[in-house]
Design a protein around this ligand. Structure first.
Ligand SMILES: Cc1cc2nc3c(=O)[nH]c(=O)nc-3n(C[C@H](O)[C@H](O)[C@H](O)COP(=O)(O)OP(=O)(O)OC[C@H]3O[C@@H](n4cnc5c(N)ncnc54)[C@H](O)[C@@H]3O)c2cc1C
Length: 230
């Protein structure tokens, strides 16, 4: 099977939309390419494009990053779980209105979750990184420290993680407070993804306060409060 990255970009068709709660919609896409390509890892990212790049600026495609939550080659399908946050950006606007028969562009990304073969792993996510976190939890067999910071209980999914609610506080501040208070065993590898302040805050805490090697930390600002993220 070929990796996603061999297919730089192609068109996908929406075949189903499933509500995963008040704030998340699972959109199932079909494309013939999904029958013969595979992910590079559990947190594989893709660019979802809503039209073509060659178009003039005023009608240029919007590109936003999302995670391949599940891939079913036999059905040539993938699932992508979109957080819907009003109409503030093209990603959420598109996802809120998507129905079967709609199309979107796929552009390959790649995975970033690269833990060592052995050792303890810390995973920290916010609501936008829950799809990647859920996919990682499906393949991980070792004991993990797992924290998910979401605005409130209505964002929870059926995952075995320590949930932290931030309410109106700055993203990352609530989960950092919880992690700081934990007597964690050694952290041999960490993956921290979500709003930019969460990702950088966790990384700073691990390197400065816990002496974790910065090369053993994969962190990524999946979105930035107040700014569009292309
Ligand atoms: C590798 C990677 C994987 C990702 N995987 C997923 C995924 O599987 N599912 C998913 O939902 N997101 C995922 N994201 C995050 C997603 O790309 C961003 O949330 C993106 O900003 C959404 O685009 P938009 O067009 O809706 O908003 P933008 O046009 O980017 O931003 C418009 C406004 O909305 C705000 N905003 C953006 N996202 C949110 C949010 N979630 N909640 C509240 N306000 C927000 C911005 O701060 C800005 O003010 C991923 C990001 C990366 C980098």
């Amino acid at each position: 099977m070929t990796r996603y990255s061999a297919f730089e970009q192609f068109v996908m068709n929406v075949t189903a939309v499933t509500e995963l709660g008040e704030h998340m919609r699972r959109i199932t896409f079909h494309a013939p390419e999904f029958a013969s390509c595979t992910a590079t890892g559990p947190d594989d990212r893709i660019n979802v494009r809503t039209s073509l790049r060659e178009m003039p600026e005023d009608t240029r495609p919007a590109l936003r990053w999302y995670t391949v939550r599940a891939h079913r080659p036999h059905a040539a399908e993938i699932d992508v779980d979109f957080v819907v946050h009003g109409d503030a950006g093209p990603g959420t606007r598109w996802a809120r209105r998507a129905i079967a028969g709609d199309t979107a562009g796929f552009r390959a990304g790649g995975s970033a979750y690269r833990p060592p073969a052995e050792g303890s792993v810390l995973l920290v996510a916010d609501e936008t990184a829950l799809p990647a976190l859920a996919a990682i939890l499906e393949v991980e067999t070792r004991p993990l420290h797992v924290f998910a910071e979401v605005p409130d209980e209505s964002y929870r999914l059926d995952l075995d993680v320590e949930w932290v609610y931030r309410g109106d506080a700055e993203p990352g501040s609530a989960v950092l407070k919880v992690i700081r208070g934990k007597a964690l065993s050694t952290v041999d590898y960490a993956w921290a993804c979500g709003e930019s302040a969460l990702a950088t805050g966790v990384r700073r805490h691990l390197t400065k306060d816990r002496g974790v090697d910065r090369k053993a930390i994969m962190f990524s600002g999946y979105w930035k409060a107040g700014s569009a993220r292309e």
